[in-house]
Design a binder for this molecule. Structure first.
Ligand SMILES: Nc1ncnc2c1ncn2[C@@H]1O[C@H](COP(=O)(O)OP(=O)(O)OP(=O)(O)O)[C@@H](O)[C@H]1O
Ligand SMILES: [Mg+2]
Length: 248
């Protein structure tokens, strides 16, 4: 469904060229949950930023259902839900409902659809009690639920998250996990980066392992476990990154 072909991206950093993405080719299947892992600086955020058309590759092509994402940016973006980091991007002075209404208006949603969608999300995430309170007094977990709802307000088919649980406590992380299961049931395609191996083990169908801008493993998690005769992703990650001896 989402296909990257020989995608590269360089940045100039203090007159030095950094290869953030180094000829990456990938295929993400519709309805799959994909975990994106790699050390700091491996290129995860850069990859996700390209996938949501925030930056263009220097070389290569990114297509969704065979169409270049930059050539159909507007319609592609309306099918995307994006959440970067634990930053919620919410307006503290507005209530949760007003925040969601605002984001719905950015997608030109009708009042009727907006109301129905907010009702549904509030029910699903248990937000009804505080839907009409200002966000400024919310706990991190409450804010996260609103932020996730914001990401989903327009019912996107592809959802991208960059380290969605970094800095969150166990309860809030569990909210995220529960939410991934629900999205998966709805058949959405989900890609998220994380440093938490147990998150990948629990939630993902597929794995993309990156190292220094290159993909060192792409495929089903179960296939990796079977080939390596181990289900310890932490160990498998370390053996690939540190010793480079993973069978792929
Ligand atoms: N705007 C930029 N300008 C200069 N260099 C950049 C820029 N964005 C990314 N880079 C560089 O590209 C490389 C990949 O960075 P990226 O943020 O994609 O890594 P990451 O895998 O998301 O790391 P982390 O786990 O720390 O979030 C790094 O060397 C980084 O310094
Ligand atoms: Mg990053």
């Amino acid at each position: 469904m989402i296909k990257l072909t020989d995608v590269s991206k360089q940045f100039k950093d203090k007159r030095q060229l950094v290869k953030a993405i180094d000829y990456v080719s990938l295929d993400v299947k519709e309805g799959h949950v994909v975990g994106l892992i790699g050390e700091n600086g491996a290129g995860k955020t850069t990859l996700l930023r390209m996938l949501c058309t925030l930056i263009r590759p220097d070389e290569g092509e990114i297509t969704v259902n065979g169409k270049d994402i930059f050539e159909q940016q507007e319609s592609y973006r309306s099918s995307l839900g994006v959440l970067f980091g634990a930053e919620t991007g919410l307006y503290n002075r507005l209530t949760a409902r007003e925040n969601l209404e605002y984001f719905a208006s950015l997608y030109n949603m009708s009042n009727h659809d907006t109301k129905n969608r907010i009702d549904m999300l509030a029910k699903r995430f248990g937000m009804r009690k505080y839907l009409d309170r200002r966000v400024e007094g919310f706990s991190k977990g409450m804010k996260q639920k609103v932020a996730i709802s914001r990401t989903l307000i327009h019912n996107p088919s592809i959802v991208l998250f960059d380290e969605p649980t970094t800095g969150l406590d166990i309860t809030s992380s569990n909210v995220f996990r529960e939410f991934i299961f629900q999205l998966k049931e709805e058949g959405k395609t989900i890609i998220f980066s994380t440093h938490m191996m147990d998150e990948v083990e629990q939630l993902c169908d597929d794995l993309i392992m990156m190292h220094k801008g290159q993909v060192v493993y792409e495929g089903e998690l179960e296939t990796l476990f079977a080939n390596e005769n181990s289900r310890d992703l932490n160990y498998l990650f370390t053996s690939k990154i540190v010793r480079g001896d993973l069978y792929v």
